[in-house]
Ligand binder design. Sequence first.
Ligand SMILES: [Zn+2]
Length: 138
Amino acid sequence: MKVSVNSFCPCGSKKKYKKCCKIYHNGSNPSTALELMKSRYSAFIVGDYKYIIKTTHKENIDYTGDLKSWKESILDFSNNSEFKKLEIIDFTKEDKVSYVTFKAIILQNNKDISFIEKSKFYKVNNTWLYHSGEFLNE
Ligand SMILES: [Zn+2]
């Protein structure tokens, strides 16, 4: 989905995209795992697969050296999903590991595929990375 830099950020912050997640997509380092999580959500919406790949921990289940197929699966999810809303449920913050629990409201072909996930993030060389996610029931 194309998002104008002057429109509201897709993460739901009520800030302009260019003053919110776009800063991270352009190369700045999120200082918290929560900012990283939101900017990854926005990256899925705008189709910034490079950002998704860059911010994924090597131990993540989706991590692969096959960048071509990884890119395709990210863009496939991005192009075929209607991202309705992101709700942050919980955020626990420590020095090297953080958890963000969120609900993503997403439609695919008018089918509700919304989910609640507890995401785990590790700080590696001063950079937050998405490590893994656990699906929770509502
Ligand atoms: Zn944002």
